[in-house]
Design a protein around this ligand. Structure first.
Ligand code: ZN
Length: 364
């Protein structure tokens, strides 16, 4: 009897029959379809070896086959499906479980920062490496280093941590095999020394790329939107903070620091509509200072404490029904996306021509 032809996944070219591969089942799902003979169940997924990955369809598969296990798979074949090569298993295909560890070579889909999505966790990104910060930590008694950057592309920013490897700050890099994580509502990228880094000669243009709210997906930073404020939250306006811990104080003193001085600050939360969708935004004094007509001296005046009603009115007049340009970082929670703004300004003429095209029926 003839034996199957042994191939690595990268060596599989075109439609071949009766091949043998040593591969790891990376994922496996079950699907049921109806054909003329009745219901038909099959499995599909991804297998990989040290040279690459390939999708498979299994018309028949032993019940003992599990994902994350490595098998010697013989008597399988390939076919082209929608212009892509696919591996097929049927009743003739044999699976022999192996105990060895197989390092799978993966290919990672490229994402622009604005489009990062937790559905795809191992990815390729590109961008300018800025704001380097080194941290040391201990792991199993050994001193380790992590280098943190803000990665910036044409669409947004995201923090990236490189474990054990210093990257070149100020350079534009393409990084394959980073992991996307969410921490405290914000996205961040982590990379081990296995990630592939390539420095490219790309010049990043400095501009405010105004994004349609409907296209925002993930909790990334450096986002600019432009739209009308359609309402402001009732508790917006003057807030009191403890000078010790900076926490908001609703009573006359901080529960933890009853002797601490109180400082006045401004906080507003409001809804912005750009004609494609709406977004909840919040902003403090620093973000709002250019539009609210309230000076720091007014807030800090010991002779005359700021008036709650007056402050709220001023903030409301500055925000509600006005067209604004808002920069900030997106955050995600169970209510969806919101923005923590770092800078709010009135739109300029050039921004307005953009808005005229985008806003339909918001302002009458
Ligand atoms: Zn306090």
């Amino acid at each position: 009897m003839e034996s199957s032809k042994k191939l690595k996944i990268a060596e599989i070219k075109g439609e071949v029959v009766d091949i043998e591969i040593k591969a790891k089942i990376l994922s496996m799902s079950k699907r049921e379809i109806q054909n003329d003979k009745g219901p038909l169940t099959y499995h599909y997924g991804l297998v990989g070896d040290e040279t690459g990955v390939i999708p498979f369809t299994a018309w028949s598969i032993p019940g003992t086959v599990r994902d994350n296990d490595v098998y010697l798979i013989s008597k399988c074949y390939t076919k082209s499906y929608k212009d892509k090569l696919r591996l097929y298993f049927d009743a003739r295909t044999e699976f022999k479980l192996l105990t060895e560890i197989l390092e799978v070579k993966r290919t990672y889909k490229y994402y622009e920062i604005k489009d990062l999505d937790m559905k795809d966790k191992f990815i390729t990104v590109e961008g300018l490496l800025t704001s380097e910060n080194k941290r040391e930590y201990e792991k199993e008694g050994e001193k380790k280093e992590v280098f943190q950057y803000i990665l910036k592309d044409q669409t947004g920013t995201v923090p990236i941590s490189s474990f054990g490897r210093k990257l070149e700050q100020g350079k534009y890099a393409r990084i394959e095999g980073v992991r996307l994580d969410e921490f405290n509502g914000y996205y961040r990228l982590n990379m081990s020394d296995k990630a592939k880094v390539e420095y490219l000669n790309v010049e990043l243009k400095e501009n405010d790329n105004i994004q349609d709210i409907s296209t925002l997906k993930g909790a990334v930073g450096g986002i600019t939107i432009s739209g009308f404020v359609i309402n402001m939250g009732e508790k917006s306006g003057l807030v009191v903070r403890c000078s010790e811990c900076n926490q908001r104080v609703d009573d006359v003193r901080c529960a933890d620091h009853p002797d601490a001085k109180l400082i006045y600050d401004i906080f507003a939360y409001f809804t912005v509509d750009d004609g494609t969708d709406y977004l909840q935004v919040n902003a403090g004094y620093e973000a709002l200072k250019n539009i609210i007509n309230i000076s720091r001296e007014y807030l800090d005046n010991p002779q005359r404490p700021p008036l709650k009603k007056e402050v709220k009115e001023k903030v409301e007049i500055a925000l509600v029904h006005n067209a604004l340009k808002i920069k900030g970082n997106l955050r995600i929670n169970n209510m969806g996306l919101s923005m923590r703004s770092s800078e709010v300004s009135y739109v300029t003429n050039t921004d307005i021509s953009y808005l005229k095209n985008e806003i339909k029926g918001v302002q009458n």
